[in-house]
Design a protein around this ligand. Structure first.
Ligand code: GRF
Length: 230
C-alpha cells in the first residue's frame, strides 16, 4: 500500500509540526536550514510534554504557536496521545518531526500520523536502540557510530530507515565527546531528511523509503553522510 503522504504542490508551503521535550538543538537546526536554504516549508506548531523544554524558546522568539500538554495530566498513554492528536491534527502537518521527544507513542497515534512522522535517533540503527546510545557504542567497541532518521512506528526505534550519518569512534572518546560529534551530524542530517520528505522526493511505500529523485523543490539529499575526519 502506498502511504498517503501529502505531496506539496509546487506553490505550496510544506507544513511541519515539531514534538520536543528538551533543549531543541535539532529543532533549531531545522529552523536555521529552512531559513538558510529558503525551503518552502514552515514549522506551523510545536508541541511539548514539558513546559520547561528549552526548545520552546526557539519557537516563541519566531512567533511559532506552542502547546504544552503534560503526560502527567493523563491516566494512560492512550489518553495523553489522544490529547496530543487533538492539537496536532488541526495544524494539518505534512510531516510530524520528533526532535528529542521523550515519550513512547501509542499505536493509535502512530497509525494516525505514522506515515508522515520522522524521528532522529543517536545511533546507527538497528544497533543501540533506547537510551545511552553513545555509552552502548563505546561498550560494544564499534569503530563507527552515528545517527539515524527513521519513520516512527509503534515499536521503539524500529521504523523504516530514511538516512544515516556516520562518525568514527576515536581512541580517547568518552560518551560526551562522542555525543557531541554525533550531534553535529544530526544537525546536518535531519533538516535534509525532513526536506526530502516534505518535498515529496522520499516516500514511504510498503514499509520502505523510496527516493524518487526529485521533489517539489530543490534540495540536497544523501541517504548517508560521513563526518569529515576530525
Ligand atoms: C538527540 O540526540 C536526538 O538524536 C535524540 O534526542 C536528542 C535531542 O536533542 N532523539 P535536541 O533536543 O534536539 O538537542
Amino acid at each position: 500500500m502506498v502511504a498517503p503522504l501529502t505531496p506539496s504542490a509546487s506553490d505550496r508551503i510544506g507544513r511541519i509540526v515539531v514534538l520536543l521535550s528538551g533543549r531543541g538543538s535539532n529543532f533549531l537546526a531545522l529552523l536555521q536550514a529552512i531559513e538558510a536554504h529558503r525551503w518552502p516549508m514552515q514549522v506551523v506548531g510545536v508541541l511539548s510534554n514539558r513546559g520547561q523544554a528549552g526548545g520552546l524558546a526557539h519557537a516563541r522568539t519566531r512567533g511559532i504557536p506552542v502547546q504544552v500538554i503534560s503526560h502527567r495530566d493523563y491516566p494512560t498513554r492512550e489518553a495523553f496521545d489522544a490529547a496530543m492528536a487533538e492539537v496536532v491534527g488541526p495544524w494539518q502537518p505534512d510531516v510530524v518531526v520528533l526532535a528529542g521527544f521523550m515519550r513512547i507513542l501509542s499505536a493509535d497515534f502512530c497509525q494516525r500520523f505514522g506515515h508522515q512522522m520522522l524521528n532522529i535517533h543517536p545511533s546507527l540503527l538497528p544497533s543501540f536502540k533506547g537510551l545511552h546510545t553513545h555509552q552502548q557504542a563505546l561498550e560494544a567497541g564499534v569503530t563507527l557510530h552515528g545517527c539515524t532518521v527513521h519513520a516512527v512506528t509503534a515499536e521503539l526505534d524500529h521504523g523504516p530507515i530514511l538516512a544515516q550519518a556516520v562518525v568514527p569512534v576515536l581512541p580517547d572518546d568518552d560518551a560526551d565527546r562522542l555525543a557531541a560529534r554525533v550531534l553535529t551530524m544530526e544537525h546536518r542530517l535531519y533538516p535534509m531528511a525532513v526536506a526530502a520528505v516534505v518535498s515529496g522526493r522520499c516516500r514511504l511505500d510498503n514499509g520502505r523509503w523510496h527516493d524518487v529523485g526529485r521533489g517539489d523543490f530543490d534540495h540536497d539529499f544523501h541517504a548517508c553522510l560521513f563526518a569529515e575526519n576530525p
